[in-house]
Ligand binder design. Structure first.
Ligand code: PNS
Length: 162
């Protein structure tokens, strides 16, 4: 049977830290669904459709990786896809405490949810979408933190805001 994992997140925008997790998950599972949380009440920097576009472009060379949007509970989405696991990246101790809490909640909501943590590479420990947005908003160089397919989207979004 095909083993599917879900890698959920905001991906606002996708970073090289996310890419590393996706790449590693693609070697562990038959299929990886990168799932963008669609929350119309919380408009981020990029609309959901744009986030999906960035993920699809950046992951085009990985045939077992796809992008999807979900709304509502992750625990329900896991059942809809019949996924074997949820993947989350952990950059350090502070991530671990909040991620462990989220994994426990998801398992309470749906005992079939198994969360697997992938430890980020040390060189990715400081990279987050919020840091990228902040640096970009002040005109800083965000190219070291982004897949090359994503950089034009971020450059365009923040050059409009100046
Ligand atoms: O990239 P993020 O913002 O850390 O991702 C968080 C995400 C989207 C994985 C999480 O907020 C989520 O799963 N939201 C869906 C709603 C849900 O299931 N909440 C209960 C678990 S705390």
């Amino acid at each position: 049977m095909e083993k599917v994992c879900i890698y959920p997140g905001s991906f606002d925008p996708l970073t090289i830290g996310h890419m590393d997790v996706i790449h590693r998950a693609s070697r562990l599972f038959d299929r990886v669904v990168v799932a963008v949380l669609h929350n119309p009440a919380k408009v981020g920097c990029f609309p959901t459709a744009r986030r999906l576009e960035m993920i699809r472009k950046a992951c085009a060379s990985m045939p077992n990786v796809e992008a999807d949007a979900f709304s509502g509970l992750l625990a329900d989405y896991v059942d809809r896809l019949g996924a074997a696991a949820v993947i989350r990246g952990i950059r350090g101790e502070s991530d671990f405490s909040s991620e462990a809490m989220m994994a426990q909640v998801n398992r309470r909501l749906n005992p079939r949810v198994e969360t697997i943590f992938l430890l980020a590479k040390p060189e990715h420990a400081c990279i987050s979408s919020s840091m990228v947005r902040e640096v970009a908003s002040f005109g800083g160089d965000v190219s070291p933190f982004l897949p090359e397919e994503v950089l034009p989207y971020v450059t365009a979004a923040f050059s409009k805001k100046e």
